[in-house]
Ligand binder design. Sequence first.
Ligand SMILES: [Zn+2]
Length: 184
Amino acid sequence: MSKQEQDQSEKLEAQLEQSYNTLMQRVKESLNQTREGVGNLRQYIDTAVNKAIELEEINDMEARKLGNYLHRDVQDAAKFLVETGKELKDWMRFDLSLIEGRILDSFSGMVDYTRIELDKIAEQAQADTHIHTGEIASPGTIACNACGKEMTFHKPGRIPPCPACHKTEFSRVWNEPDAKNNAE
Ligand SMILES: [Zn+2]
């Protein structure tokens, strides 16, 4: 990769991360304005995606991709909380104080909203949970499907190839629920 190509790629990366943050912020704001659970998270995300397209902040295809990444990650976190009764920090696998307040506020707000949604709808379709190089990850921890190498994201970031084996497919990892025979 030439210096110029690298500069462009870094610029694109920064733009995507910025757009992702804006997306989270807009969804959170519209959730705050909602008194009751009207509509589901997907609709709020789609509205925020359309806003970004309308304002020409990002192209159509990239905006929709970001919306899908965000929806997948929020659902994954909410499902984890509902099924395990554990906390967001266990899903992230690190202390929440490592995340910038505004980002944490948006993300956890969406997760809380979805958690209530999930409680209402007992069976939720299993989303595709594979995560790939080049996508934007929400804060949290992912592991390479090939070699198990873990990467943590304290803020939304573009996923590189695995630093250990250069493969491109990952899954979320979280702190396993305590074994049943542990004293409670
Ligand atoms: Zn690997």
